[in-house]
Design a protein around this ligand. Structure first.
Ligand SMILES: Cc1ncc(C[n+]2csc(CCOP(=O)(O)OP(=O)(O)O)c2C)c(N)n1
Ligand SMILES: *[C@@H]1O[C@H](CO)[C@@H](O)[C@H](O)[C@H]1NC(C)=O
Length: 626
């Protein structure tokens, strides 16, 4: 031990090395919820404040852990980089709750660290048990709580490998399929003092921990996919999450355009195709009311980066269709989904950007060969042109239909098309960037599809969902995404902080989002965002699920309240929950009744509160009750 035996120099600590490694690996933010396992961290952070004027990681205090992890998810979704989440022993790990599912399903990298009870009870080591709770909070296998959702879990045992443990975790978290990793350490270990030589040695090999490189299609698969798409009379592309890598979109559009192939988006978690692209066919959550009109007739289907291209009981391709599944990692979902099958001729593990670039090149090459050998071409042919024209016409008709629904105020209640169409126009009118620097986080649940259609997103990366189904993501994620946008603006050339962040939630997902935590954080850390509550008086989705099985059963005659899925008759005042949580800082209003002018005015006011006054605004929009 270097320095005096009793009083080690202040930075000779495992915790110093731990935090330093996180920072060296590019982690800028830690979303935290502290406990009795964190004395070393709290003490070290204060030392940093005193000696360095600030902490090496920006610390975001999160009164609820699900909100903490959702914030870290939002941060990573916009920056592409992991944040740290620090929680308290087993109980804090449990309280991460459904956000664990969301970061796994959404393939969002994040480093979670939890402390653990001390393992000595008689004062043998610094950090030894000294509070009653340390017996209660020690469980046989803490990582088991989250292991099946994690890409990697590891216990921190020693200063001699803590830097390596962190680097290995982040290397795994940022390789496909990206996702969460979980580290934990016992109290005495985290208190351990460190030899300066250990501190000096760590961090010198950072460039030797890269993520795994993208894979390409095999020559055999490439020929099969390219030939099948070229020869098809009705080719089709289906994707859900390809746009998570914005650079994959260009080759997708190139392929679609070359052969006039419709693109169907199922259950999207990001913008995959700019909405105005004429070959974007539909965005659907595979509900029978939004049929995939190309599926039955398609004779060659490329399913690329999609966990669910169709639901067989709703609609499926013909047995003769040639189906190719391409996915960047784990295309059979062997380590993530229990039952899963897509009937396909070929399953390929390949990165979408690489694979599509290969297919585009191969298609052009094959076409050129055919021109030389038989004087015939497919690209630019009449067949391709006609197919393209049909797609363009269908796209125009789709837009016209959307426009009609947005402008139809003939009912008693506001509709989702009214509200989201109005929001889109307000964003264009009242942001100086005309919506170019707007980010929308949608947790609209039974209205997911309608929100995508009426937002009509053009900008890649401008709309996100949790990627999973654990409700309560959007509010916390808005805080994290705003912070991530600021970081990105410093790190990425040409990037600007978000002018406007919007969370679109159901009244259910609003409450799941722990608004008491999220709006307090928004004020504390200066992350103004607009919340649109699509208030249908409760949980519509469980009712719809019941109707899907019992379309004319007893429950079909009952209103939501009676079915116990409703929040009425004395519903919460959602916007005032946010106002109270932020100590009166947020602006909140309720809008009801089918009045175009009133809606327009209140949307303008709400957007302006966020954009000009830099405060949160919450608009509680009353829809027809379930
Ligand atoms: C954490 C969690 N609990 C319960 C559910 C089940 N669930 C799915 S949708 C839903 C209702 C959501 O209500 P709301 O956000 O108002 O949307 P709506 O269904 O009314 O459109 C519920 C409870 C879930 N997905 N996640
Ligand atoms: C820490 O120690 C435990 C118990 O011996 C062991 O199972 C685990 O693999 C160790 N962690 C690391 C990262 O080596």
């Amino acid at each position: 031990m270097v320095g005096s035996a009793d009083v080690p120099s202040s930075d000779d600590k495992l915790i110093t090395l731990f935090l330093r490694t996180l920072a060296e690996c590019g982690i800028t933010h830690a979303f935290v919820n502290w406990g009795s396992d964190h004395p070393a961290l709290l003490e070290e952070l204060e030392r940093q404040r005193i000696e360095d004027g600030k902490t090496s990681l920006f610390i975001v205090t999160c009164p609820n852990e699900m909100v903490a992890l959702s914030s870290a998810q939002g941060y990573a979704q916009v920056t592409g980089k992991p944040a740290a989440v620090i929680v308290h022993v087993d109980v804090g790990t449990q309280a991460l709750a459904g956000a664990i599912h969301n970061v796994d399903r959404g393939q969002t990298p994040v480093l979670i660290y939890a402390g653990a009870s001390a393992f000595t009870s008689n004062g043998e080591l610094k950090g030894s048990r000294n509070e009653w709770i340390m017996w209660i909070q020690d469980i046989p296998d803490q990582a088991a709580i989250v292991r099946q959702y994690m890409r990697h879990t590891a216990q921190i045992n020693s200063s001699h490998n803590v830097a390596e443990v962190v680097k290995r975790s982040l290397q795994i978290a940022t390789s496909h399929p990206k996702g969460p990793v979980y580290l934990w350490g016992r109290r005495e270990v985290m208190e351990a003092e460190v030899d300066t030589s250990v501190l000096d040695a760590a961090g010198q090999d950072l460039r030797q921990w890269p993520f795994v490189e993208a894979t390409a299609l095999s020559p055999k698969a490439l020929t099969a996919v390219a030939t099948a798409l070229m020869k098809a009379t009705n080719p089709l592309i289906i994707t859900s999450s390809l746009g998570r890598n914005v650079d994959a979109v260009e080759p997708l559009l190139a392929l679609s355009t070359l052969l006039a192939i419709p693109i169907v988006i199922t259950c999207p978690s990001v913008v995959n195709v700019p909405f105005s692209h004429p070959f974007l066919d539909s965005i659907s959550y595979l509900n029978p009311s939004v049929p995939n009109k190309h599926l039955a007739d398609a004779d060659a289907i490329l399913v690329i980066d999609s966990d669910l291209p169709w639901i067989p009981t709703v609609a499926k391709p013909s047995d003769k269709a040639r189906v190719f599944v391409v996915s960047g990692a784990d295309p059979l979902k062997a380590s993530s989904i229990g039952s899963w099958h897509v009937a396909a001729e070929m399953i390929c593990q390949a990165d979408a950007q690489v694979a599509l670039t290969q297919i585009v090149e191969r298609v052009s090459h094959l076409d050129e060969q055919q021109r030389r050998s038989v004087g015939e071409q497919i690209l630019g042919s009449r067949i391709v042109q006609d197919r393209g024209q049909l797609l363009k016409d269908a796209h125009t008709a789709w837009l016209d239909g959307l426009e009609d629904r947005e402008r139809d105020f003939s009912g008693v209640h506001l509709t989702v098309p009214n509200i989201i169409g109005g929001l889109r126009r307000a964003i264009e009118l009242y942001t100086s960037s005309r919506g170019m620097e707007t980010l929308v986080l949608s947790e609209a649940i039974s209205n997911y599809g309608a929100v995508w259609e009426h937002l009509r997103p053009e900008v890649l990366g401008s709309v996100l969902t949790s990627g999973g189904s654990a409700l309560g993501w959007a509010l916390g994620a808005s805080v994290g995404a705003y912070l991530g946008g600021k970081v990105k603006s410093h790190q990425v050339e040409g990037a600007r902080p978000y002018e406007l962040v919007v969370a679109i939630v159901g009244d259910g997902s609003f409450m799941f989002g722990v608004p008491s935590s999220a709006y307090w954080m928004a004020r504390k850390y200066g992350t103004p965002f607009l919340t649109i509550v699509l208030n249908n008086g409760g949980w519509k989705s469980p009712k719809l699920s019941m109707l899907g099985v019992y379309p004319s059963g007893l429950g079909s005659q009952a209103i939501g309240e009676r079915l116990s899925v409703g929040f009425g008759p004395d519903s919460p005042d959602f916007s005032q929950i946010a106002v109270a949580a932020s100590g009166g800082w947020a602006w909140g209003k309720r809008v009801a009744g089918s009045d175009a002018t009133a809606l327009e005015e209140v949307l303008a006011e709400a957007v302006n509160v966020v954009v000009k006054e830099r405060r949160c605004a919450i608009l509680d929009c009353i829809l027809e009750s379930i």
